[in-house]
Design a protein around this ligand. Structure first.
Ligand SMILES: C[S@@+](CC[C@H](N)C(=O)[O-])C[C@H]1O[C@@H](n2cnc3c(N)ncnc32)[C@H](O)[C@@H]1O
Length: 203
């Protein structure tokens, strides 16, 4: 089954988990994966890889170095990804359990997190749980890249998500738009995770 067909089918089954009707473009993939370190053996964690729109680009940049771990909650997406990308360690599970899931594959720190998660459809406590679990696995120089659909960045869920990012990272970029994506997407890079961050339930 082609990527687009797999994606649409899973969207129709579970729209609030998939959060988009089509996979991201190669243009967005190139920009969101730009932080993959060019040397060394980095550990890259991909969240919500879906049908693999970012996966191939991350693999290309790694060129066989380090480790590439992906956490995907949808069983069909996880199975398809596993069969297409043998070099990627695909874990079927919830990103809110990141720290524990990483331990099952012997990973205790991730240098870069590339997120394809649909943050805007998650309630606040879910955003908190995922971010807290991810940040717990990041070293002080860890980096985080994510995107949101541009038309939604002014809506309350996206504004709240940005505040949550700022609570957990010392540096959060203002974001740049990739227009060659359907719909256009705003890419945000964050770095310098704050140690021991706790979520504010009132936010
Ligand atoms: C908007 S799609 C993005 C897929 C791909 N990264 C792209 O950009 O084309 C969101 C993906 O996140 C996955 N997802 C949603 N909630 C998740 C969770 N809690 N943990 C892991 N994956 C999740 C969905 O199953 C879906 O594959």
């Amino acid at each position: 089954m082609g990527d687009a067909l797999l994606f649409v089918r899973q969207f129709l089954r579970s729209p609030t988990t998939i959060g988009a009707v089509a996979p991201s473009s190669a243009y967005l993939a190139r920009r969101i994966a730009a932080d993959v370190p060019e040397s060394g053996d980095p550990v890259v964690l991909e969240l919500g890889p879906g049908s693999g729109a970012f996966t191939g680009e991350i693999r290309r940049r790694l060129g066989g170095r380090g480790r590439h771990v992906a956490i995907e909650v949808n069983p069909s997406m996880a199975a398809a990804l596993r069969s297409r990308h043998a070099g990627v360690e695909v874990i079927e599970g919830d990103a809110a359990e990141t720290a524990g899931l990483l331990r099952t594959v012997g990973v205790d720190r991730v240098d870069l997190v590339v997120s394809g998660l649909p943050w805007a459809v998650f309630p606040g406590p879910k955003q908190d749980a995922i971010l807290d679990s991810v940040v717990a696995a990041m070293p002080p120089d860890g980096r985080f890249a994510t995107f949101a659909y541009s038309h939604a960045t002014v809506l309350p869920p996206a504004v709240r998500f940005r505040r949550r990012l700022e609570e957990r990272f010392e540096t959060v970029g203002s974001g740049t738009t990739e227009w060659r994506n359907l719909p256009p997407a705003r890419i945000v890079h964050a770095s310098r995770p704050r140690a021991g961050t706790t979520s504010d339930p009132a936010a």
